[in-house]
Design a protein around this ligand. Structure first.
Ligand code: PEP
Length: 253
């Protein structure tokens, strides 16, 4: 299966700075079919970035969307508005779950909206530090998945990407070891199989995210069950992000 590297820029860079970063990346990244690289800038940057994007090298993603296709919802952006502009949408990022109280019911509706509009969701799941210390990591992630996927069909899940992002490893520099994440990655694959049948979601891709850098990317990419990486902070640094993309490309020789 091909690898996927996604950069989540979060609430950073206005349109001019975004275009500058993309140009820098484009100068240094060579396209490789077996590695899809997705850039997820803020909504405001999507149109200007799309105008200069080399589609052989990068695809575009959004960081969120509303569950309705249109309506009186001030300040929101729908999946139907994103159609034609992006190919991917991040859903259920822990910063949205925590800071905006997004619960699994809402996330399930957002995932349905993404599927209905023919886009690919990158669904984020993961436990917090207290839950990990209480040995609840697998349970938390399985419970999140079971609720989040409740409105999706098997063919929707075929297009889905699930990013395992332990909250204690996001933006902290405290990355999870391959031994720590192995049981959770296995549980993600097992849960989807249990819900949709063996081979029922053969297109599903599972990513790891949490303080990924150029120098730890390779270890995750070589781990069984991991099809790529969701990169936050390091995706804003051209050198680091290019290093991560190159590590993925080298792993796919
Ligand atoms: C993220 O925000 O999805 C993330 C993984 O952040 P960071 O790489 O900075 O930990």
């Amino acid at each position: 299966m091909s690898k996927l590297i996604a950069g989540n820029w979060k609430m950073n860079l206005g349109p001019k700075e975004a275009v500058t970063l993309v140009k820098k990346l484009q100068d240094r990244v060579l396209p490789k079919k077996s590695v899809e690289v997705v850039l997820c800038p803020p909504f405001l940057d999507l149109v200007p970035v799309k105008e200069i994007l080399d589609r052989q090298k990068f695809k575009l993603g959004a960081q969120n969307c509303h569950y309705l296709d249109e309506g009186a919802v001030t300040g929101e952006v729908s999946a139907s508005m994103l159609r034609g502009l992006v190919s991917y949408v991040i859903i259920g990022h822990s910063e949205r779950r925590v800071q905006f109280n997004e619960d699994d019911k809402l996330i399930a509706k957002k995932l349905a909206a993404v599927a209905r509009n023919g886009l690919r969701a990158i669904l984020c799941v993961g436990e917090n530090l207290h839950q990990r210390q209480s040995r609840l990591s697998v349970k938390v992630v399985v419970d999140q998945l079971t609720a989040d996927l409740s409105l999706l069909t098997a063919s929707d899940v075929d297009d889905l990407i699930i990013a395992y992002e332990p909250l204690w490893a996001i933006g902290t520099g405290e990355f999870a070891t391959p031994e720590q994440i192995e049981p959770v990655i296995s549980a993600i694959h097992r849960t989807v199989e249990e819900l949709y049948g063996e081979g029922g979601a053969s297109g599903l891709q599972v990513l790891y995210g949490g303080s990924v850098k150029e120098d730890n990317a390779k270890a995750y990419l070589n781990q069984e069950g991991i099809d790529g990486l969701l990169v936050g902070g390091a995706s804003l640094n051209a050198e680091e992000f290019i290093g991560i993309v190159k590590a993925a490309q080298a792993a796919q020789v």
